[in-house]
Write a protein that binds this ligand. Structure first.
Ligand code: DHB
Ligand code: MG
Length: 220
């Protein structure tokens, strides 16, 4: 009763995570991810990304970490019909798999550009303030640099979403001090305390930290 979110059991969490079912294209994309040894977002996080993209009718979205296209497809399905996803991944093999995923889902090829390269080589070439949404899901050590780039790329009202904000529960456990966990924990604090961002850490999947960019005020 009452404030019961802290006591949601595993069954309820799993039910919520699968509130929106995935189709064959997403199932096949997950299979490709297993084969390539990478971990895509879960269906609950995908549904949240699609919701956010739809809420702002996102036209220009950047994805950092394409993988096999699971999150790419969820994002594209929320974006405006003429929206274009720019997705960056260091691995050509991932992008080949993502192309299969998006083609199988009948997403028109002009709606995405997949850029193979290191995110920190590619992001600085993208235009300031030209994007509605940025999704971060690549190298954890580079998350602070990705966020800095995201804040440059987004216009006011734009949304940044960051996967793995809970990092298998390690972020919430102060005894965990490995470098990836420390990086993710301090990034979460930075976002929460930023005077420029209105954020929420959604306890979905491995933690989806989402924030809206507000007009520049004095930073906390
Ligand atoms: C890892 C990376 C991810 O983006 C993820 O969602 C889960 C695990 C990893 O590098 O282990
Ligand atoms: Mg991830």
């Amino acid at each position: 009763m009452g404030n019961s979110t802290a006591s949601l059991d595993a069954g309820a969490m799993a039910y919520a995570a699968n509130h929106v079912a995935e189709d064959e294209s997403l199932t096949a994309a997950r299979q490709r991810a297993t084969e390539l040894g990478i971990s895509p977002i879960g269906a609950g996080s995908g549904a949240a990304l699609r919701l956010l993209a739809a809420a702002i009718s996102a036209k220009n979205v950047v994805e950092i970490g394409t993988g096999t296209g699971v999150s790419s497809l969820w994002l594209l399905r929320g974006m405006a019909d003429n929206g274009i996803l720019t997705s960056i991944d260091a691995e050509h093999e991932h992008q080949r798999a993502a192309r299969q995923t998006l083609a199988s889902a009948d997403i028109e090829a002009h709606r995405y550009r997949l850029i193979a390269g290191r995110a920190m080589d590619v992001l600085p070439r993208l235009t300031d303030g030209a994007y509605d949404m940025v999704f971060i899901d690549a190298d954890k050590a580079e998350y602070p640099a990705y966020l800095e780039q995201a804040l440059r790329l987004l216009h006011v009202g734009g949304i940044v979403a960051i996967d793995n904000a809970l990092w298998s529960g390690k972020v919430a456990d102060p005894a965990q001090r490995d470098s990836q966990t420390v990086t993710l924990r301090s990034l979460g604090t930075e976002v929460a305390e930023s005077g420029r961002l209105i954020s929420a850490l959604l306890p979905v999947g491995d933690g989806l930290l989402v924030a809206v960019v507000t007009p520049e005020t004095q930073d906390a």
